[in-house]
Design a protein around this ligand. Structure first.
Ligand code: DGL
Length: 262
């Protein structure tokens, strides 16, 4: 038993799609989330910058005495996870490995990846999938506008519909589309409308939350306490639309009452 919180971070509100699933899957766990809104977007930055930003967010979370860290960001997972796992002792989980494990278990071979420019450039998803799944066919698509539109709250208007149409039209014969950026589940309904009905749209948050639960149980570090879980949200810059977008995502808006600047 370990009653310390779980730490999470993303460049902005995208990681809240993971937060939402995590608090549903693990209702006893306290969570501390950092939205690095001062550095948004991560998707267009160099690998070196992403490693530095990831390192800084992890140091901040460690100061908050978290027991493990979830990188709720595809861009930081694909470019910095390996490096920070070497630098820090604390368990750090990203969004790629658990999702690839899921694809493997379900024997999904024709896979689309939609992600930020940096993630696609890194080949992070492609390498991990090819390592685990034989004879797979992968189609990659960078969708650089989506994360900014999500931060703006433009997830269900005409511009979002046209943008999603433009990005989705190149995917052909895929059995599953991985939303390889944590902002993209905010567009899930529009994305589903653009794909064939038998294409599974994969929200990594659901899978990652189950992986976190398995990890906590396997290492006997769940919070078995009976008091109500506490959530703390920090932003590196508060001049943004984070609260409005996050409110639409969460079942209980009290969860984001305590937003503070870190
Ligand atoms: N939500 C992030 C990701 O999963 C970052 C998007 C961005 O900041 O460009 O990639």
């Amino acid at each position: 038993m370990d009653s310390r919180p779980i730490g999470m971070f993303d460049s902005g509100v995208g990681g809240m799609t993971v937060f939402k699933e995590l608090v549903l899957e693990l209702p006893n766990e306290d969570v501390i989330y950092i939205g690095d809104t001062a550095s948004f977007p991560y998707g267009s930055k160099s690998k070196e910058t992403i490693i530095n930003l990831t390192k800084t967010r992890i140091e901040e979370l460690i100061k908050e005495n978290v027991k493990m860290i979830v990188i709720a960001c595809g861009t930081a997972t694909s470019q910095a996870l390996e490096e920070v796992q070497k630098m820090f002792d604390i368990p750090i989980i990203g969004i790629i490995k658990p999702t690839v494990e899921y694809l493997k278990q379900k024997n999904i071979k024709n896979i689309g990846i939609a992600a930020t420019t940096g993630t696609i450039r890194s080949g992070g998803w492609q390498k991990e999938i090819e390592k685990s799944i034989d004879n797979c066919h992968i189609q990659n698509k960078a969708c650089p506008l989506l994360a900014s539109m999500a931060e703006e709250g433009w997830t269900n208007n005409e511009i979002a519909r046209l943008t999603i149409h433009e990005y989705m039209k190149d995917f052909e014969n895929i059995d599953a589309l991985v939303l390889g950026c944590t902002h993209y589940p905010l567009f899930e309904d529009l994305i589903k409308k653009e794909l064939l009905s038998n294409t599974e749209v994969i929200n990594t948050g659901k899978i990652v939350s189950k992986a976190v639960k398995d990890y906590l149980i396997a290492h006997n570090i769940e919070n078995k306490g009976s008091r109500k879980a506490e959530y703390k949200i920090y932003l590196t810059d508060t001049e943004c639309n984070f609260i409005n977008v996050a409110k639409h995502l969460l079942p209980d808006t009290n969860m984001i009452e305590k937003i503070q600047k870190i």
